[in-house]
Every structure is written in structure tokens, then in C-alpha cells.
Write a protein that binds this ligand. Structure first.
Ligand code: SF4
Length: 367
């Protein structure tokens, strides 16, 4: 189905459904381009429900794009903590600064200009252009791709093919609603594992339904990878805790964390934690364990045990050894640090134990 026939069979029922079922989301109240930009960065790889909470807090702290452009990166990362994929936060901050410098603080309208900004690819450019400025540009995310594939009962070669199909039916007068409606339908009705065809507004036009050939995507639970054990070294001395600095490129680039290693078969958490800390410190005494906590990232899942290690007092001063690899952070300010999820969960357990004196050696006055 193409052209006018597709438009008639798909557009009107989809828009009518969206008017009745659109979720009340904070960035949909006024469609401020800055709000749309923030929401689209946050929605990359994160569920809608979680994003709403972070979005409201973010806008409260950085109410305008210019306020964000002036922000300190450490503060922005702290606010982002828990959303994961921290490069998104850095890219959003860099994009805000570029928009202030190059576009006088106004988010660009056209996809080509948007794609010159850090962290913006074809999907985000299409979403911002259509949702913020009501331009007739397709926005192909996983939900839109799935709905269109089922509607047409054929796999599309790539997102560009989906976009060219959508370009033929996207209505000039309501592109903002159309793109959101398609993605919303995929999120709420035409879901990956269990499409609700009986209540779908497109069921009379859907070739997948009429042919009985609706490809189902295995749910995330089915695809979940096995959990691997790992151990983190929570090394302390003089009321401070050691945090390793990650490399400047790759996963969690430049962030601090408790040094950790995956646990080998038959290896104890204490042994793996000592391996993690060995490049920096060798003479340590183990005093306890916290966790484990689970941590999922980029298709991996680990079960992370924190091993409390104390630096032997006769060794060199911690600061001189740590300088090249990380930092010693006082327990009193540890909660201010922005950490990847696994280290953050261990940090929260640690501070709870310190406050309840479960580990008397680890008071701010200790060792
Ligand atoms: S009829 Fe079913 S398969 Fe077709 S678009 Fe609607 S929910 Fe998806």
C-alpha cells in the first residue's frame, strides 16, 4: 500500500487514535524545542516512565538552553546519574553550547543542521524537527520500524527504506502528531512480543494481521544474557575511599568507579577484587563484603560484590600512588560523586553501613 491509499487507510485512524490516547508527557505541553531536545536525548535507550522523572528535575535545574550551555559538566552528570549511557549527557551539553555559539541559542529546525550537533543522528534529527517544529520529516525509531514492517507485512532493508515509505504518507498538516502517534502505537499497542491487534486502529489496513504473518520480537526477558559474577575493590584508608578513573574513550569514558574485575571460575570475590586493585596497591587487608548488586550495561549483566579492603598503613601515602590512576575521596563527600550504576549501588550500600556502623573500621575517622 502506497500513496493516497495508504494515507487514507492509515493516517486518519492513527491520528484519531492518538488524539484519544496520547500520554500526557511534560514535553508535550507547549512543544518547546529545548524540551523536545532534552527529552529525545534522554529517551535514547531509556524507558519513558523513568525519563519523565529525570526530565522534570533537569528542566527545574536548567530551565533554558542557555542555562544548560553555562552548566558545569560535573553537575549535569550528577543530575543524569541513574539514566546511564553518560555520553548522552555530555553530548547534550556540547550540543547546547554549540547551539548558543552557532545558532544564537535557537535549536535548529532542519534535520541536516541538527545532525551536525554531537549525539544527533537521523532519528533524533527527524524527531526534533517534526515534534518541535512540525516539519514533515519521518522519525524512525524501533517502535515506528516495527509498526510499519507489520503494516506492510515485509521486512524493510534499513531505516532509510522505512523513512522513504513514511515520507509518502506523512501528512503535511500534522507531522508532529503523526510521528508521535506511530511511535506511541508501537509502544502501547503494536508491542514487540504481544501486539493487541483487536484494539489497534490500523487493524483493517494491516497486511500483517490479514495475512497472519506478524513477526514477533522475543521479549527482553527471553533475550536476557546470563549474569556473570564480578567483584569490586572498595579500598579505604584515612577515612577516604579509592576511585579509579576510567579511560577517556569507550564505556563510561572518564568516569570514576570502584575498580572491578569479572570473577574467574572457582575464584573468590576477594581474589578478583585484589586483582582489580593490584595495578595500584598490593598490600591490603580484607575486612568485609557488601552487596552483591546487579548491573546491566550494553547487553551485559554482572552481579557485583564489593570487597572492603584496607590499605596497610606502612605503605606509601595513598595520594602519591593514586594520582595517575584515580582519586581518594573522603567518605563525607562520596555521595556527591557521579558513578556508573554498579559502583553507585555499592556506594549507597557502603554509606548506609557506615552510617549504621556495620563496619566500624570505615568511619571517616577510621584508619
Ligand atoms: S493490526 Fe496488529 S500487527 Fe497490525 S499494526 Fe496493529 S497491532 Fe500491529
Amino acid at each position: 500500500m502506497t500513496g493516497p491509499a495508504a494515507k487514507e487507510a492509515v493516517v486518519a485512524p492513527l491520528l484519531s487514535w492518538f488524539r484519544r490516547n496520547a500520554r500526557d508527557l511534560p514535553w508535550r505541553r507547549g512543544y518547546d524545542p529545548y524540551h523536545i531536545l532534552v527529552s529525545e536525548f534522554m529517551l535514547q535507550q531509556t524507558q519513558m516512565d523513568r525519563v519523565v522523572v529525570y526530565f522534570l528535575e533537569w528542566i527545574r535545574r536548567f530551565p533554558t538552553l542557555k542555562a544548560l550551555a553555562r552548566a558545569d559538566e560535573a553537575e549535569a552528570l550528577k543530575l543524569w546519574e541513574g539514566l546511564g549511557y553518560y555520553s548522552r549527557c555530555r553530548n547534550l551539553l556540547a550540543a547546547a553550547r554549540t547551539i548558543v555559539e552557532t545558532w544564537n541559542g535557537r535549536v535548529p529546525e532542519d534535520p541536516a543542521s541538527l545532525m551536525t550537533l554531537p549525539g544527533i543522528g537521523p532519528y533524533t534529527a527527524g524527531a526534533v524537527s517534526s515534534i518541535a517544529y512540525n516539519r514533515p520529516v519521518p522519525a524512525v525509531d524501533a517502535n515506528a520500524r516495527r509498526v510499519v514492517s507489520r503494516l506492510e507485512a515485509r521486512p524493510f532493508r534499513n531505516d532509510r527504506d522505512v523513512a522513504s515509505f513514511l515520507a509518502g504518507i506523512i501528512p503535511d498538516d500534522e507531522p508532529r502528531s503523526f510521528n508521535q502517534a506511530l511511535m506511541e502505537l508501537g509502544a502501547l499497542v503494536c508491542t514487540a512480543a504481544r501486539p493487541s491487534c483487536d484494539v489497534c486502529p490500523l487493524n483493517s489496513a494491516c497486511k500483517g494481521r490479514s495475512s497472519g504473518a506478524i513477526p514477533l520480537t522475543p521479549s527482553a526477558a527471553v533475550m536476557r544474557r546470563p549474569t556473570r559474577p564480578a567483584a569490586a575493590a572498595v579500598l579505604f584508608a584515612g577515612g577516604k575511599v579509592f576511585l579509579r578513573r576510567r579511560p577517556d574513550a569507550g564505556l563510561w569514558a572518564g568516569m570514576s568507579e570502584f575498580p572491578w574485575e569479572e570473577t574467574a571460575p572457582d575464584e573468590s570475590p576477594e581474589s578478583a577484587a585484589r586483582r582489580a586493585i593490584a595495578p595500584f596497591y598490593e598490600e591490603t587487608g580484607a575486612v568485609g563484603v557488601i552487596g552483591p548488586v546487579s548491573h546491566a550495561f550494553t547487553g551485559n549483566r554482572i552481579r557485583l560484590t564489593g570487597v572492603l579492603l584496607r590499605l596497610r598503613p606502612e605503605r606509601e601515602t595513598p595520594e602519591s600512588l593514586a594520582r595517575a590512576h584515580g582519586r581518594w575521596v573522603p567518605l563525607e563527600t562520596l555521595s556527591d560523586e557521579t558513578l556508573p550504576a554498579g559502583s553507585r549501588k555499592l556506594r549507597d550500600l557502603l554509606l548506609r553501613d557506615v552510617n549504621s556502623r556495620s563496619h566500624p573500621e570505615m568511619t571517616p575517622e577510621g584508619v
